[in-house]
Design a protein around this ligand. Structure first.
Ligand code: PMP
Length: 285
């Protein structure tokens, strides 16, 4: 079975899956997307991802030419057509082909495509030993610009922060918000543990409302671990007992060094491990 891409209602080969150079997604980053994992052939939190996609589209006044139910079916169909059980699914909605000039009303038909692939965000040994990160000088989008809750096709701030991380010899960067508080990483949400309590920035800090973040908050509550959504400074990260990141692609990964400060024991901590183990159990059960 060859690889298939879902493009505007048809399953086509990757070679046939083409988008116009006049699509405003390419010209202006005008569009939205989602990343969804499947475990053992089951799409994890599909409904939540489809909902967020429609919310993102609504946020940029983009009409998706499918109902949420049709979108869910298309995603499932594309996964099955690719014969992968453990996969990463990318769903993209573009503004469509338009004229040169920003006016989205001149774009007639939005394009929808769905790619099924594999993804490894960080090397496997870092899941055992933890990750080193820096804080980036590039800040997260101001919530009154493109709100970070919108998963838009414009990730340039995050890409600039990622470049800073790579330049510093690390793989990931913590981005601060316009007030100097911790927002999130370039593609992951941030948690810390201090005195057996879990802390994570609130949505109002200007972050993506991560579906993995929601899952970890729910797991913590079930395990009787207190969770607080509070503004955090860089210093709060430095003096944390534990730190970890969450995301669909990253899953749950510990951070053991931030800006050259060792976090806790310098190894993934017990609370993070418990939460990660329970996350793995839920996704793979
Ligand atoms: N923050 C950003 C900026 C992201 O792009 C993502 C998703 N890649 C996340 C957080 C994590 O969100 P989720 O758990 O829903 O994948």
């Amino acid at each position: 079975m060859g690889r298939k891409v879902w493009l505007n209602g048809r399953l086509v080969s990757p070679e046939e899956a083409k988008i116009s150079v006049f699509d405003h997604a390419l010209l202006y980053g005008d569009g939205v997307f989602e990343g969804i994992r499947s475990y053992g052939g089951r799409l994890f939190r599909l409904e939540e991802h489809v909902r967020r996609l429609f919310d993102s589209a609504n946020g940029i006044r983009l009409a998706i030419p499918l109902t949420p139910e049709e979108m869910g079916k298309a995603i499932t169909e594309t996964l099955e057509a690719n014969g992968l059980k453990d996969a990463y699914v990318r769903v993209v909605v573009t503004r469509g082909v338009g004229t040169l000039g920003l006016d989205p009303n001149r774009c007639k038909d939005s394009a929808v495509f769905i790619i099924v692939d594999k993804i490894t965000l960080y090397p496997p040994e870092l899941y055992e030993n933890g990750l080193e990160v820096i804080t980036a000088a590039t800040m997260r989008n101001h919530p009154n610009a493109v709100n970070p809750r919108i998963k838009s096709l414009n990730y340039l701030n995050n890409i600039l922060a990622k470049i800073e991380a790579i330049d510093a010899g690390t793989l990931e960067a913590v981005m601060l918000n316009h007030q100097g508080f911790v927002a999130e990483c370039t593609g992951d949400n941030v948690f810390i543990v201090r005195d057996d309590r879990l802390f994570t920035p609130p949505i109002a800090a200007g972050i993506l409302k991560g579906i993995t973040r929601d899952e970890i908050i729910a797991i913590a509550a079930e395990l009787g671990i207190e969770v607080r959504e509070e503004n955090l400074t860089r210093y709060d990260l430095y003096v944390a007992d534990e730190c970890f990141l969450t995301g669909t692609a990253a899953e749950v990964v510990s951070v053991v060094r931030i800006d050259k400060r060792t976090i806790g024991s310098g190894k993934p901590g017990p609370v993070s491990r418990r939460l990660a183990d329970e996350f793995h159990r839920r996704t793979r059960q």
